[in-house]
Structures are given as structure tokens and as C-alpha cells.
Ligand binder design. Structure first.
Ligand SMILES: Nc1ncnc2c1ncn2[C@@H]1O[C@H](COP(=O)(O)OP(=O)(O)OP(=O)(O)O)[C@@H](O)[C@H]1O
Ligand code: SF4
Ligand SMILES: [Mg+2]
Length: 365
């Protein structure tokens, strides 16, 4: 096994609202990220993906609070470091973060080169102005950005250029872990592809050692990351390789999530698409039993009360469900057969080809 770049153990964090309520958005989460690997985090809106990304940096400020658990980066424990120490010695160099909607975060009154100077200065860099420019020119070149970008303002850049500029600024210190939270969601499809390819290039060239990539767009994760974790209501409910998670998910929520999207890959022809009914639970009250039970078509009475633990399912793979893998597979088989026989009852959508997606069946017919 490669060296572990990020090791998160039993991490629990919560928001404290103005009404003094606790919203537990990351609940007892554990995962590892190896050197040279990329890990995707998928899940519906509000499942805690961004909160996990922020929590994993060990940098908390109200309303987000740390409750328990540990985080280490390349063997360095960062859990109990003060925010000031984290800012000076961890952010940017150990962990770099591209926040959701980062494109709007660049101060419009400052030239791009100033942001890079700020990052280097905050980390005690002794580089001269010339050296900073040379370093920036080289890094911007790798990201297909012309040198003149350094002397421009954010408003002068297109969406794709702005996002690449943010990636260049965030990774200027060669972070061990890059956390990219929906880095391409605001871009058109061709700019998305460019951004993803460039993130890969940065990893291949060793400027970034490992990456956590968050997105709603599951087909995107399949092409971007080695592994995928599915998050639901503050918990990790399954982890596996990208291929396993897309083509062979085990846990009913992952199965539902993967069944509700189209993966334009060989083997998905005739793939049956189904929506997941309902919405995730309110995290102000930690639900008892399985958090997915209210929406799970296979739920039994015990699912609502029993504590659900993780089951191992092969190397590096695990899922969270009361039922064992063999039983779940039987249930999926029955369900798929029923969906094909009775598409109207199953509210089922069928794509008839890889290229053109035809939506049929269910109440839309
Ligand atoms: N400042 C806050 N105060 C209280 N609750 C919050 C706050 N920010 C987020 N939450 C709650 O924490 C939960 C997780 O939110 P988070 O933004 O991490 O989800 P997400 O999976 O990143 O969603 P999205 O896909 O929409 O970005 C949600 O239930 C959300 O309502
Ligand atoms: S534990 Fe029960 S409710 Fe939860 S996913 Fe498994 S079958 Fe569904
Ligand atoms: Mg988010």
C-alpha cells in the first residue's frame, strides 16, 4: 500500500445555529487517502460533503465546531492544532482547498499575482518578487494560462480561466492533499473537461500528491477519481473503486444514487434509471437506526432502531446496511426484473442508447 496522505478517524463535527441547535453534518466519519490517489465524494445536496471537506482540514470557526476524532496528514497529527498554527503550517502546504463557488471569491480590485504573493508571504516564503513571478509563470503555464494573466484582474478572465487561476493559486505550495469542492460545476462541459484534465496533470507532475474531489455529477467522478465514497446524512455509507461504485454498488442508497444517473460507458446500455423518493433527514435530530430507512424500499422494522455498522466487502471496500451483500443482490435482481415488467408502476426511466438519452415510462409517458 502507498503512503497515507490523509487519515481521518471517527471525525464528528457540527454546526451550532443561532437558536443554539446542533446540526451534526459529519458524524463519526473515517477514511484514508493514499499518496498518488484521488478519492471522490458523492451524495445529494445537504449530505455533508462540503462540511466534511472543511472539517478534514482541521480548521474550524463558528458556526462549525469540532466534537471528536482525529486527522493526520502524511503522518502529522493536526487535530488539536490552534487555528493560527493550522493557517500558517497546514493550509496551502499540507492541505489546499478549492471551496465551492471559489470563482466568486477573488477580490476584483487586486491583480492575480498579488494573491500568489499573499499565499507565499503567509507561509514565510523568502522568495524575491522576481522569483515569485518565475514560479507563477511556470505554474500558470502548466495550467495553460498565459503569463499576462498574472497582471490581470479577476473580472477580465473567462469562467474557465478564473477556475484555472484559482487552482494555480491554491496549489502553488505543492500540497500533499488538494480538496476540490465542485471545482467544475459552474463551467460549461468543455471547460469542465479541461479543468479535470489539468488537475490530473498537476497530480501526475507531482505538484499535488493526492486529491479529494467533490461533485454532484457522478458520471464525472467515474472519469476523475480512483475511488468513490458515498455520503448520506453526515455518514459515509459506502466506499469502493470508481468502477465498483458506478457499476456494482452494494448499499441501497448508493444503488439508488447510481441508478438515478446516466454513465455514458460501455455496459450501461439499457440501464434502468430510477428516482430516489423523499429527501434526506434533518440533521438537527440524529435519526435512530439506518438514516436512509425512511426512503429505502427494502427497509424492515429493525432498520429503524438498530445501530448500523460498516460491513467489509473486499479490499478497501465497505458498506453500511443491516442486510448482507448476497441478500441485497437478490433484492436488486428482483427489483430490476419488476421494473422491466412493470415500468409504469416502478416509475422507471430507460435510456435506449449510450449517445442519445431517451426518457420513457413512469408518469411522464
Ligand atoms: N452554517 C450552517 N449552519 C447550520 N447548518 C448548516 C450550515 N451550513 C451547512 N449546514 C447544514 O449542514 C448539512 C450539510 O451541508 P453541506 O453544505 O456540507 O452539504 P453538501 O453535501 O456540501 O451540499 P451541496 O451538495 O448542496 O453543496 C446540511 O444539512 C446543511 O443544512
Ligand atoms: S439498513 Fe435497512 S433501511 Fe438501511 S439501507 Fe439497509 S435495508 Fe435499507
Ligand atoms: Mg457542498
Amino acid at each position: 500500500m502507498a503512503a497515507i496522505m490523509m487519515d481521518v478517524k471517527n471525525l464528528t463535527t457540527y454546526y451550532k445555529t443561532r437558536m443554539d441547535e446542533k446540526v451534526c453534518s459529519v458524524d463519526d466519519v473515517s477514511f484514508i487517502l493514499e499518496d498518488g490517489k484521488s478519492l471522490g465524494i458523492a451524495g445529494e445536496s445537504g449530505c455533508g460533503k462540503s462540511t466534511l471537506a472543511m472539517s478534514a482540514m482541521g480548521y474550524y470557526f463558528p458556526p462549525l465546531h469540532y466534537e471528536s476524532g482525529s486527522i493526520s496528514i502524511d503522518g502529522k497529527e493536526i487535530t488539536n492544532l490552534s487555528p493560527d498554527t493550522i493557517r500558517k503550517t497546514v493550509l496551502g502546504s499540507d492541505v489546499a482547498y478549492i471551496p465551492q463557488a471559489a470563482m466568486n471569491a477573488l477580490n476584483p480590485t487586486r491583480k492575480i499575482i498579488r494573491f500568489i504573493e499573499d499565499v507565499l508571504e503567509a507561509h514565510g516564503s523568502a522568495l524575491s518578487k522576481n522569483e515569485v513571478r518565475n514560479l507563477s509563470r511556470e505554474r500558470f503555464g502548466i495550467l495553460n494560462l498565459p503569463e499576462k494573466t498574472l497582471d490581470q484582474y479577476a473580472v477580465e478572465l473567462s469562467g474557465g480561466m478564473k477556475q484555472r487561476t484559482i487552482i494555480a493559486i491554491s496549489t502553488i505550495l505543492n500540497p500533499k492533499v488538494l480538496i476540490a469542492d465542485e471545482p467544475s460545476s459552474a463551467l460549461d462541459v468543455s471547460s469542465q473537461k479541461i479543468v479535470i484534465r489539468l488537475l490530473h496533470d498537476l497530480m501526475e507532475k507531482g505538484f499535488v500528491r493526492s486529491m479529494l474531489f467533490i461533485t454532484h455529477e457522478l458520471p464525472l467522478l467515474f472519469n476523475v477519481t480512483d475511488d468513490i465514497m458515498v455520503m448520506y446524512a453526515g455518514e459515509i455509507v459506502e466506499r469502493g473503486t470508481a468502477r465498483e461504485m458506478v457499476f456494482d454498488p452494494i448499499m441501497p442508497y448508493s444503488k439508488g444514487l447510481m441508478n438515478s444517473i446516466i454513465v455514458p460507458e460501455e455496459g450501461t446500455r439499457g440501464h434502468v434509471l430510477q428516482a430516489i423518493p423523499g429527501a434526506p433527514p434533518n440533521l438537527k435530530q440524529r435519526p435512530r437506526g439506518c438514516r436512509f430507512a425512511e426512503r429505502c424500499r427494502y427497509a424492515e422494522a429493525a432498520c429503524f432502531s438498530q445501530t448500523i455498522t460498516e460491513h467489509p466487502a473486499g479490499e478497501g471496500r465497505y458498506y453500511r446496511c443491516r442486510l448482507d451483500e448476497a441478500r441485497l443482490r437478490e433484492l436488486y435482481k428482483e427489483q430490476e426484473e419488476n421494473a422491466r415488467k412493470f415500468p409504469l408502476i416502478s416509475n422507471t426511466y430507460v435510456d435506449d442508447d449510450i449517445g442519445g438519452i431517451k426518457i420513457e415510462g413512469g408518469q411522464h409517458e
